[in-house]
Design a protein around this ligand. Structure first.
Ligand code: ATP
Length: 323
């Protein structure tokens, strides 16, 4: 009866907001007036993030919803995603503190991440990660992602911009918020017709790329396996310091990924095991991609560069003695 369905064709409508949840939601409702907003940290595709204060330092993501005519649609989606968010408690996931849910004020309040994102480390500062360090970071990402998946949550937007490094500890942000944020984006008529922001495409699995249509990003087939594909790209960035398909136009990337062509690893300085992880995560068929517990055990088994050697493997001093 003219109601907008967000669940896509063919799915049942029990994804609608369940009654008992709307009561317990109150617990997570933060009155907008209680928030203090300080400077803007950054503006993303869908919202502006402020440094703020609410019982201490927080990050407040204010969603851009002003362009929407029908507030009830994003509010339902938003509440649903907040409900997902509040179920998360893990070392490697940003701490969700609450949300403002009175349109037009829709905001997510999380702990404030210290440190920098992997994106900043890799692409702006050009910091080099040794293989050992990359493995440690990848293990922590796998732990956080494995937890999310075990709770039935698909991240949908795993990328180095959404991974912080705080004193060596990985903190993943922005999980599960893709639909509502995409919804806002779809309405503001910016960007190209496919709504492809730079640096997004190389995280999209073939089945997602093949489903790209103008203004239809809400129905993209994200899954646990598409998160694993995105993890593969993060792993590549950690190891190579750049994006796969670097410098290629979106159409070329879409064409290649859609057909199952992968970034070549021929010039990459890494062991077979390390490259195998990449190739598995980037498998064309989603069923062939490993899950995060499997990735974690593979990463744990990678041979580390030995720092201390046993007497049976004497250290050859010749190189360091050269100078
Ligand atoms: P996109 O919108 O394409 O995802 P983005 O990740 O840069 O891009 P946002 O997620 O809106 O956009 O983040 C905007 C800025 O706020 C980024 O610089 C991000 O690093 C920062 N930020 C987001 N969450 C936090 C947080 N919890 N603590 C500190 N900074 C944060």
């Amino acid at each position: 009866s003219g109601r907008v369905s967000l669940s896509g064709s063919g799915s049942t409508d029990d994804s609608r907001w369940p009654r008992q949840n709307s009561l317990s939601m109150k617990e997570w409702d933060i009155p907008y007036d209680e928030l203090k907003l300080f400077e803007v940290i950054g503006t993303g595709r869908f919202g502006t993030v402020y440094r703020g204060s609410w019982h201490g330092a927080v990050a407040v993501k204010l969603l851009h919803v002003n362009a929407l005519s029908d507030h009830s649609v994003p509010l339902d989606t938003f509440k649903h995603e907040v409900a997902t968010f509040r179920k998360t408690r893990h070392e490697n996931l940003v701490l969700f503190m609450g949300a403002c849910m009175k349109p037009p004020r829709l905001a997510i309040v999380t702990s404030l991440c210290k440190g920098m994102t992997l994106f900043t480390h890799i692409h702006l500062r050009k910091d080099k990660f040794t293989n050992n360090k990359s493995v440690i970071v990848a293990q922590q990402i796998s732990q956080g992602m494995g937890y999310l998946h075990a709770r039935g949550i698909v991240h949908k937007d795993l990328k180095t911009k959404n991974i912080f490094l705080e004193n060596g500890k990985v903190v993943i942000t922005d999980f599960g918020l893709f639909s509502v944020t995409k919804l806002c984006f779809g309405n503001n008529a910016r960007g190209d017709s496919l709504g492809i922001p730079p640096g997004w495409l190389c995280y999209l699995a073939p089945e997602v790329v093949r489903a790209l249509r103008p203004h239809a990003s809400l129905h993209l087939p994200f899954s646990k396996a598409t998160d694993v594909y995105a993890f593969g790209t993060v792993w590549y960035e950690l190891l190579c310091g750049e994006y796969p398909f670097k410098g290629q136009p979106p159409e070329a990337i879409i064409w290649q990924v859609g057909k199952g062509v992968k970034q070549s690893l021929a010039n990459m300085q890494a062991s077979r095991d390390i490259k195998d992880i990449l190739m598995l995560c980037w498998s064309y068929r989603s069923s062939e991609r490993p899950d995060f517990p499997h990735l974690l055990s593979t990463l744990e088994k990678l041979p580390r560069k030995r720092l201390a050697r046993s007497p049976s493997h004497p250290v050859h001093l010749s190189r360091s003695a050269d100078s």
